[in-house]
Design a protein around this ligand. Structure first.
Ligand SMILES: Cc1cc2nc3c(=O)[nH]c(=O)nc-3n(C[C@H](O)[C@H](O)[C@H](O)COP(=O)(O)OP(=O)(O)OC[C@H]3O[C@@H](n4cnc5c(N)ncnc54)[C@H](O)[C@@H]3O)c2cc1C
Length: 410
C-alpha cells in the first residue's frame, strides 16, 4: 500500500503550523507544503513593526529555521502555485504543470489586500503591505524619509503610520470613518488611538476619503472627497483584505466570506479542509460562522486542521485574539463583539495603562488590555463564562479578574 499524501496549499503561518502538527502527531505519510511566495513560511506581524523599521533581521520573521522542513521530511515547494483542484479525482494541479493526488488537502491560501479603485490608483509609489517583498520596498522608502500618505486607519495603516513616524517621516492618515478602527472599538478606544497618533505628530484626516491620487511620474498628491490636497512622496493603502477563495470556488467548494468550513475545519468537499485567514468557520461558542484575520487564529487553526485531517475530533472554539503595537502602546484584544451597550475601564486610562471591557446586557463580550500584561487569559475566561458582572468589581483594579468569572453578581 502506498503512503498517504497530505497536500497543503499556502505556505504561510497556517500552512507551516499544519505541516509541523502533522509530524508532531506522528503522521508518517508524505507532507507537501506548497507556497506561491519565494520565501519559506514567515510571520507577517513584524512587517509593520520591528522588521519594517529595520530593527530586526529577516531570520526572526521565519516560522521555522531553514533546516526544519528537511529534518521533518516536509516537502516544501516555494514559488509554486496550486492552480486547480479536482475534488472528484482528489488531485491538485500546479502552475509548473504537475498534477498531484492527495488523500487530504488543506487550503491555507490566506487573504490579499483590497485594492483602492479610482483615478490615479495605478500610479507608481502607491504601496500595499502584505508580503515581505512589499515590506522590503517600504523599508527603503522609510530609509529615504519624506512624506507618506496612509490610506486607512485600520491595523495595517495604523501600525505602518506609527513605524513611519518612529523613523521620522511626515505622516498623514486618511480614513472615511471618524476614528481609527471605529467599527471594532467604537468611540472610546477609537478616540484613544486617534489621540495616540496625534500626540506623536501624525496628521489625521478622519471622516474623509480618497477622491484621487495625482502625480506626473508617480504619486505626488492625494485629493480627498472633502476637497483637501495632501502632498506626499509615496502612499500606503491599508483598507482591509479579501480572502483568497478562487481556487476553492472554482472547484465547487462552498464559499461565502471565505471558504465555508465546519467547527472541525472541514469544507463542503470530502477530504478538503481550510484554515486561517481564508476560512469562514463555524464557531461553536458564538453559534455562527466567523472569519478571523489574525496571527493567533492562523497558528492555532493550522494545528487544529492538521488534527482534523488525521481524523481526530476537533471543534475549534478559541476566543478570537489579536495584538497590536503602536509606538509605546502595546495591546491585546480578545473577543468578537459586533454590538455592545457599554464600555467600562479598569486602570489608568489617562496614563495609557488600562483594560477596556465591552459589555452587552452586563456580560463581557470583548476586552482589551493596553500596556497591562498577563491578563488576557482571564479576559477570555470572563467572555467564556457569559456571567453578568458587577460593574464596580469589573472596574476595580483591586478585584482579581479571575474570581469574577466564577461569581454571577447581578
Ligand atoms: C503586515 C501585516 C501585519 C500583521 N500584524 C498582525 C498583528 O500584529 N497581530 C495579529 O494578530 N495579526 C497580524 N497580521 C495578520 C496575520 O499575519 C494573518 O492573520 C496571517 O498571516 C494569516 O495567515 P495565513 O497563513 O492564514 O494566510 P497568509 O499569511 O495570507 O498566507 C497565505 C499564503 O498562501 C499563499 N497562496 C495563496 N494562494 C496559493 C495557491 N493557490 N498556491 C500556493 N500558495 C498560495 C500566499 O502566497 C501566502 O503566502 C498582520 C498581517 C500583515 C499583512
Amino acid at each position: 500500500m502506498t503512503e498517504p499524501t497530505y497536500v497543503i496549499a499556502g505556505a504561510s503561518l497556517t500552512g507551516a503550523k499544519a505541516a509541523e502538527e502533522l509530524r508532531n502527531q506522528g503522521f508518517g505519510g508524505r507532507v507537501l507544503l506548497i507556497g506561491s511566495e519565494p520565501e519559506r513560511p514567515y510571520e507577517r506581524p513584524p512587517l509593520t513593526k520591528d522588521y519594517l523599521r529595520g530593527e530586526s533581521v529577516r531570520a526572526k520573521a521565519y516560522v521555522h529555521d531553514s533546516g526544519f522542513y528537511a529534518e521533518h521530511e516536509i516537502d516544501l515547494e516555494m514559488g509554486v502555485t496550486v492552480t486547480a483542484i479536482d475534488p472528484a479525482a482528489a488531485r491538485v494541479r500546479l502552475d509548473d504543470g504537475r498534477e498531484i493526488g492527495y488523500d487530504r488537502l488543506l487550503l491555507a491560501t490566506g487573504a490579499e489586500p483590497r485594492r483602492l479603485p479610482g483615478p490615479g490608483a495605478d500610479l507608481d509609489g502607491i504601496n500595499y503591505l502584505r508580503t515581505i517583498a512589499d515590506c522590503d520596498l517600504l523599508r527603503e522608502r522609510l530609509d529615504a524619509g519624506g512624506r507618506v500618505a496612509v490610506v486607512g486607519a485600520g491595523w495595517i495603516g495604523s501600525e505602518f503610520a506609527a513605524s513611519a513616524r518612529q523613523r521620522g517621516l511626515e505622516v498623514t492618515i486618511i480614513d472615511p470613518l471618524e476614528l481609527p478602527n471605529e467599527r471594532i472599538f467604537g468611540t472610546e478606544i477609537g478616540a484613544f488611538y486617534r489621540d495616540v497618533h496625534a500626540s506623536h505628530g501624525v496628521k489625521l484626516l478622519l471622516g474623509d476619503g480618497v477622491e484621487a491620487f495625482e502625480g506626473e511620474k508617480g504619486v505626488a498628491r492625494v485629493r480627498t472627497s472633502g476637497g483637501r490636497v495632501i502632498d506626499c512622496d509615496f502612499a500606503v493603502v491599508g483598507i482591509g483584505v479579501t480572502p483568497r477563495t478562487g481556487l476553492a470556488s472554482e472547484a465547487g467548494l462552498k464559499t461565502e466570506n471565505g471558504i465555508v468550513v465546519e467547527a472541525d475545519l472541514r469544507t463542503s468537499a470530502p477530504g478538503i479542509y481550510a484554515a486561517g485567514d481564508v476560512a469562514n468557520a463555524w464557531h461553536p461558542f458564538y453559534g455562527q460562522r466567523i472569519r478571523v484575520e489574525h496571527w493567533a487564529n492562523a497558528r492555532h487553526q493550522g494545528r487544529a486542521a492538521a488534527q482534523a485531517m488525521l481524523g481526530q475530533p476537533v471543534s475549534f472554539d478559541r476566543i478570537p485574539y489579536f495584538y497590536s503595537d503602536q509606538y509605546e502602546v502595546g495591546m491585546e484584544y480578545a473577543g468578537y463583539a459586533t454590538k455592545w451597550d457599554q464600555v467600562l475601564f479598569r486602570g489608568d486610562r489617562e496614563g495609557g495603562e488600562f483594560i477596556a471591557f465591552w459589555l452587552s446586557e452586563g456580560r463581557v463580550v470583548a476586552g482589551m488590555n493596553v500596556n497591562v500584561w498577563d491578563v488576557n487569559d482571564q479576559i477570555q475566561e470572563l467572555i467564556k463564562s457569559r456571567v453578568q458582572i458587577d460593574p464596580e468589581a469589573l472596574t476595580d483594579p483591586g478585584a482579581p479578574l479571575a474570581s469574577l468569572a466564577e461569581t454571577e453578581t447581578i
